[in-house]
Design a protein around this ligand. Structure first.
Ligand code: ADP
Ligand code: ZN
Length: 297
């Protein structure tokens, strides 16, 4: 009988880190989470966790790491596995994959958190059976993973779906919070941009607040762009802001309006779109199961 291989998993987020050990999605063991503080302290805690885990469960096969970005994924680059240009204090130019691999003497599979989530949803979730998916998270930042022809898209670096430039609503006086682009999707529609525009945390804006119509309009613009570029068979929207489920019908309506009948598919009808732009079915396990999914690549 073949024994299943057991991996260490890291969901490395800008707000929190989650670590676990698993050989399959049904076998998530000892999940721990801690806040993302400065790199040495945070990565030190990851090392301690896996040292203890290996005393308990035996030697791990390797680590799967889904990391907030931007990251360097070029295997030939001296900074492969680094978080690169992040505005997150202290984390620019941090060696995440190499440090963990070296400290624990384990091989590492490393990719963006959202590429991991896209693959996890493809293997075990809302994208099961579909080889062309976009997974977008709308949280502290906006980021997206792309599965195309059954493979995660990498390239010059990796997709940066949150930094797509949007047309601003003429009535929106907020200039946009992205330090690089101002009014890109992340600059206009991330959780912090909602807070800056409306003067209240996104989770404290009531469901009937006009913020959500504007948010849906901006996200719909971005989604139509991803549909024209990648032709995904499903778009999965996760992250803290998407917990506002009233956004989904607003986005559905606005995507159909913007598409204006151009891209033709049963998925782009009022009935079909409900199952085309959907929440993640792995829910709050999307990140950690994304890290497990990466170990299969
Ligand atoms: P991260 O981006 O760090 O992984 P989240 O996806 O939870 O974490 O995103 C955090 C952002 O989402 C914050 O800006 C927060 O205001 C916003 N947010 C969290 N929960 C909600 C909610 N229920 N409704 C609206 N916005 C939320
Ligand atoms: Zn930007």
């Amino acid at each position: 009988m073949e024994m299943k291989k057991t991996y260490g998993l890291v969901e490395a987020g800008g707000t929190k880190f989650v670590c676990a050990v698993a050989s399959s999605p049904e076998d998530l063991r000892e999940e721990v989470r801690f806040p993302t503080t400065e790199p040495a302290e945070t990565l030190g805690r990851v090392v301690e966790y896996f040292q203890a885990a290996q005393k308990k469960w035996g030697r791990l096969e390797g680590l799967g790491i889904g990391c907030f970005g931007p990251v360097d994924l070029d295997k030939n680059s001296p900074t492969w596995g680094f978080v690169t240009a992040t505005p997150k204090a202290g984390w620019a130019d941090t060696n995440v994959a190499g440090f963990l691999s070296h400290s624990l003497e384990l091989p590492v599979v490393f990719d963006t958190d959202v590429n991991g989530a896209a693959l996890g949803e493809h293997l075990w979730g809302a994208g099961a059976g579909l080889d062309n998916l976009v997974y977008l998270t709308v949280g502290t930042g906006i980021g997206g993973g792309v599965l195309s022809g059954g493979r995660l898209v990498h390239g010059l670096v990796h997709p940066e779906l949150g930094h797509f430039l949007l047309s601003k609503d003429p009535q929106d006086t907020f200039t946009g919070s992205c330090p690089y682009h101002g009014s890109c999707a992340e600059g206009l529609a991330s959780g912090p941009s909602l807070e800056k525009r409306w003067g209240k945390k996104a989770q404290d804006l009531p469901p009937e607040h006009p913020a959500w119509d504007l948010e849906a309009a901006y996200l719909a613009q971005a989604l139509l762009a991803f549909m024209t570029c990648f032709s995904p068979q499903k778009i999965i929207l996760g992250g803290g802001v998407m917990e506002q489920l009233q956004l989904f019908p607003k986005i559905h309506k606005e995507v159909l309006r913007l598409n204006n009948g151009y891209i033709r598919s049963p998925s782009l009808t009022p009935q079909g779109i409900v199952n085309y732009i959907v929440p993640p079915s792995l829910g709050n396990r999307a990140g950690i199961l994304g890290a497990l999914a990466l170990t299969s690549t």
